[in-house]
Design a protein around this ligand. Sequence first.
Ligand code: NAP
Length: 267
Amino acid sequence: MDLGLAGRSCVVTGAGRGIGRATARTLCEAGAQVLLVARTGGELAEAAAEAGRAGAAANGRATHLAVDITEPDAAERIVADANDRFGSLDVLVNNAGTATWRALEEIPDEAWQASYELNVLAPMRLMRTAVPEMAARGWGRVVNVASSAGKRPSAMLGEYSVAKAAQLSLSRLYADRYAKDGVLVNAICPGLVRSELWTNEGGLLDQSRGEKDREEALASGASGRPIPRFAEVEEIASVIAFLSSDRASYVAGSAWSVDGGAVQVII
Ligand SMILES: NC(=O)c1ccc[n+]([C@@H]2O[C@H](COP(=O)([O-])OP(=O)(O)OC[C@H]3O[C@@H](n4cnc5c(N)ncnc54)[C@H](OP(=O)(O)O)[C@@H]3O)[C@@H](O)[C@H]2O)c1
């Protein structure tokens, strides 16, 4: 199926690792031009080179900008950079995020605030900057990468769960406002995904596994779910690419579960 992404210009935040990196690659493979954003310049340059190689056969292009999306002027800088490089911005993927495993009683105020900054204010500023320009041109796509924890809070991911729920509300608000102008805004809600967020040393796997070894913890973490395993990052990237495309022309305001069936609700 041709997604119609060839030549589309895209921004993917959090593209140095994990889901964002796989998304940049997938969009490039479909012929898109992609600006990868994260804080760590070296890793980001590698990710952009990888995406560029993956997209070469389809004329996909990748470039990168090292910026902390929680900086108050980050949205202006990112959108201006995309406009400079590509002439316009068609697709925004708000993906950057992180999480810490701890009991509700142990979450300090700063962590609640930081999670809101990263998952709500930063994507809001990016949409506030990018979406009116898309609306003026009559076509745009936004994918907000939320979490199954936004639908059903995870006991050990408190501030993250609450911020992701707010991100879902934000996504719906923008979807309702701009769908009539051709800008389709959706969220996705991944469940367990085997990205560096879990697998890096000191990451969620190490924070949560107790006495189990890493392989055992990976296997048991997802057992009992309808699809009893972690997702691969590419399985999330495929859904993001579809929602970013012409093919998703009648999808707006969704909170699309990509959780292997983990959250057992029908909306
Ligand atoms: N993995 C899962 O199980 C899972 C499940 C549900 C939802 N999600 C969501 O999926 C998204 C991606 O997660 P992931 O698992 O791919 O995480 P990851 O492997 O840790 O990658 C996160 C990316 O975000 C970037 N980032 C973090 N803070 C940033 C900031 N302030 N400014 C700019 N970039 C920033 C990181 O790069 P730098 O550190 O260099 O900035 C990195 O490139 C997140 O929103 C996460 O909440 C993940």
